[in-house]
Design a protein around this ligand. Structure first.
Ligand SMILES: [Zn+2]
Length: 103
């Protein structure tokens, strides 16, 4: 499914790293108050290659892609957990017993 790697404008995940200015927190505390980190647009991440913050539109995509991955991961874990529970529940009732469906 890999297409020819276009240079720009690809909706792909870019390597990011923790913002060195705010240490990934998205806020800095120069004096007494926490302020939004302007190096990383308060995202806590910067481009891994350049070390520069990404523009907001790009950031939204990059963070969204990561969030999608995490959601998939959590869904997968929930499914595994439901399967494990189903195994436990059906113990003693023979194979092919009712399966637990998590919602
Ligand atoms: Zn920062």
């Amino acid at each position: 499914m890999r297409k020819a790697s276009g240079p720009t404008l690809t909706k792909q995940k870019r390597p990011l790293k923790r913002c060195p200015t705010c240490h990934g927190r998205g806020v800095v505390k120069p004096m007494f108050y926490e302020l939004p980190c302007d190096h990383c647009e308060s995202s806590g991440v910067v481009c891994k290659e350049t070390g520069e913050g990404l523009p907001a539109s790009e950031l939204i995509l990059q963070l969204r892609l990561r969030l999608n991955e995490k959601e998939q991961e959590i869904k997968g874990l929930h499914r595994q957990l439901a399967d494990e529970r189903a195994k436990d529940d059906s113990r003693g009732y023979g194979a092919g017993g009712s399966r637990y469906h998590g919602d």
